[in-house]
Design a protein. Structure first.
Ligand code: SF4
Length: 92
């Protein structure tokens, strides 16, 4: 199972909403499947929606070319679309 790495910035932040839901909540083993995408939309993205460090998290994922998992309220597919359009930073 692949889980979010909580050793990286910004997930060390005490303000990260996902710290409250457990290490396996954002597991990416079924990433790219219809089930994962449904789960992301219903369960994962809402956790990010109210996260105080959402912008910083997304920016970190873009800068570090993070290819797996939900970061900053976006799935890998959504982040790839931003990168394809040349977006590297986000407004806070
Ligand atoms: S935006 Fe989402 S993935 Fe990033 S720290 Fe907040 S809850 Fe976790």
């Amino acid at each position: 199972m692949v889980s979010k790495n909580y050793e990286v910035v910004p997930l060390n932040s005490t303000q990260a909403n996902c710290k409250d839901v457990g290490l396996d909540f954002f597991a990416t083993e079924h990433e790219g499947t219809i089930d994962y995408n449904k789960r992301a939309k219903k369960e994962l993205l809402p956790v990010c929606a109210s996260c105080a460090i959402k912008s910083a998290c997304l920016e970190w994922a873009l800068e570090n070319n993070e290819g797996h998992g939900v970061w900053g309220g976006m799935t890998p597919t959504q982040r790839r679309e931003l990168q394809r359009r040349g977006v590297r930073t986000v407004a806070s």
